[in-house]
Design a protein around this ligand. Structure first.
Ligand SMILES: Cc1cc2nc3c(=O)[nH]c(=O)nc-3n(C[C@H](O)[C@H](O)[C@H](O)COP(=O)(O)OP(=O)(O)OC[C@H]3O[C@@H](n4cnc5c(N)ncnc54)[C@H](O)[C@@H]3O)c2cc1C
Length: 494
């Protein structure tokens, strides 16, 4: 029985695109569980609890620990890195300005890249240009990305956390906050030992989904509430054993035909997708595939699956998406083997151990970063980073594959400190994908280099607030700015 017939008989093909309806999952005041009887474990008493060990959480934890805070970093998985490791997402998107002239995201991001390069785990972004095999041949908004090896990234993060003195707890799920009035004072965790409590003076929510802030009572929205939409999810996978020279020879003559029509991309291998479609061997909602050469020449990262309407805060929705993602990967492997020169013997190295979630909750603060400020290149007085990553909202045009993609026309935009401060909850900072931003703005700053810079700022602010014995909302930017500069952040035109 061939692979397609097997999938059809197991019912997986029929499930194509079938994700649960969503947008109902931001419920305030969940009667989640009674944590009153959960004792605080002495080893989990800390100054700063960082929940979520993705790129934002790791950088928050390291920066705070380097400034003297006692930091506990908890993650539900078995490694640090979040989407960049468990999700197999890569490369790091651009850390340069829009002209591709100057690196503007530095600090811990740059340190991570340098350490990766030292162990053969990344290629330096200065050498990686857009329009090449390293960018799926995308020729705008993707200059100077950073290919990296996810396994070595896990080890680099481990080393950096250990060196900084961060205590890391793996396989530990944040269950609910411990509150005193409107202040968060710690969390009940579900660890392999059962429910255990951690006590902290301050907390950083780096869960991506804003789970801590939501459960603590901060206002949240899901996806783009006005449009009633959330960005589609994608299960990443990696392949090796690809004859890269033959693949490049296949793609390059077609570069002049690359185009976008009504938000739908006809880019890499669209002519081969058309062949597979004509033969009845393609049922995916896309017209081309995004594959990115990685550090090793025969290894490629594939960002080609797409599942619409996934609610990452709902176990049923997420579960059916995981299954559908794996089905699509099998369909894509069949496509690569049969239709793509150079990929006949491609091996599936692995699929992400978590679904790639582009968007879920956005936590709201008094200030909500609007996408127009990114388009206008607004440079805030309380900026914590500069970035020029494109506004990239998959599925924004409603069609099965239609997205909004806007490269930045100003040199860069900025993210202000106030976007890290949730409304209605004290003692809490936001970091990464869940900061207070509208859906389209989040579509730009959600990628890993800005997420890391945001994390570094959150950790730095937390450490300073701890030193001063104040809430992060009371921290004066004139104190934060020099500490960010000291940590290598780039806050002004170079
Ligand atoms: C399909 C897709 C493609 C992308 N492509 C790129 C790309 O090419 N380049 C790029 O730079 N960026 C890309 N991104 C964006 C980027 O990977 C993420 O937005 C980024 O990783 C966000 O960082 P984060 O730290 O906020 O969250 P995450 O990376 O999601 O990390 C959050 C961490 O928190 C943990 N966590 C969550 N809830 C809990 C809990 N309750 N208790 C304990 N731990 C918890 C998770 O396990 C995870 O480890 C892509 C994202 C997706 C989904």
């Amino acid at each position: 029985m061939d692979r397609r017939k097997f999938l059809a008989t197991t019912g997986l093909l029929a499930a194509s695109g079938a994700a649960a309806p969503l947008l109902g999952s931001c419920r305030a005041g969940d009667p989640y569980l009674d944590g009153a009887s959960v004792a605080v474990k002495d080893a989990y008493r800390c100054d700063l609890l960082v929940v979520g060990g993705g790129p934002a959480g790791v950088c928050a934890a390291i920066s705070a620990a380097r400034l003297g805070a006692k930091v506990l970093l908890v993650d539900s998985g078995n490694c640090l890195g979040g989407m960049g490791t468990k999700g197999l997402v890569g490369p790091f998107m651009t850390c340069y300005d829009a002209k591709g002239e100057t690196q503007i995201i530095r600090g811990l991001f740059e340190e991570v890249v340098d350490r990766l390069i030292a162990v053969g785990g990344a290629l330096h972004p200065k050498d990686i240009r857009q329009g090449t095999e390293f960018t799926a041949w995308i020729s705008e908004g993707h200059d100077h990305v950073t290919p990296f090896d996810p396994e070595l990234l896990k080890v680099v993060y481990d080393h950096m956390c250990r060196e900084a003195g961060v205590k890391v707890l793996y396989n530990s799920l944040f269950a609910r906050p411990i509150m005193k009035g409107r202040s968060i004072r710690g969390a009940v965790l579900l660890t392999p030992g059962g429910f255990e409590a951690a006590e902290a003076k301050l907390v950083v929510d780096a869960t991506g989904d804003g789970t801590v802030a939501f459960r603590a009572g901060a206002p949240c929205v899901f996806g783009d509430p006005e449009a009633g939409r959330v960005q589609p999810s994608s299960l990443f996978f990696r392949m090796n054993n690809i004859d890269t020279d033959r693949l490049i020879a296949e793609v390059v003559p077609h570069l002049p035909e690359f185009r976008r029509v009504n938000g739908v991309s006809y880019r890499c291998l669209h002519w081969r997708v058309a062949e597979a479609e004509a033969a009845g061997e393609w049922d995916l909602a896309r017209k081309s595939v995004n594959i990115w050469r990685s550090v090793e020449k025969d290894q490629w990262v594939a960002n080609c699956t797409r599942i619409h309407g996934v609610d990452a805060t709902d176990a049923e929705s997420l579960s059916s998406a995981e299954e559908e993602g794996r089905r699509q990967v099998q369909e894509l492997m069949h496509f690569f083997h049969k239709y793509v020169p150079g990929c006949e013997k491609a091996t599936l190295m692995g699929t992400g151990s978590v679904m790639g979630i582009r968007e879920s909750r956005h936590v709201h603060g008094d200030f909500i970063l609007p996408v127009q400020d990114l388009i206008d290149g607004v440079i805030y007085d309380d900026r914590i980073l500069l970035s020029a990553n494109s506004i990239d909202v998959h599925g924004a045009m409603g069609g099965p594959a239609g997205g909004l993609y806007m490269p930045i026309t100003k040199d860069f935009y900025s993210v202000p400190y106030r976007a890290l401060l949730p409304k209605d909850v004290d003692g809490l900072l936001l970091a990464g994908r869940c900061i207070s931003a509208d859906s389209a703005a989040a579509g730009a700053i959600r990628v890993m280099p800005p997420a890391m810079a945001i994390g570094q700022a959150a950790g730095t602010a937390a450490a300073l607030a701890l030193q001063k014995g104040i809430d992060p909302k009371q921290l004066d930017y004139s104190d934060l700015r020099p500490a960010l500069l000291e940590g290598g952040a780039c806050l002004d035109r170079q």
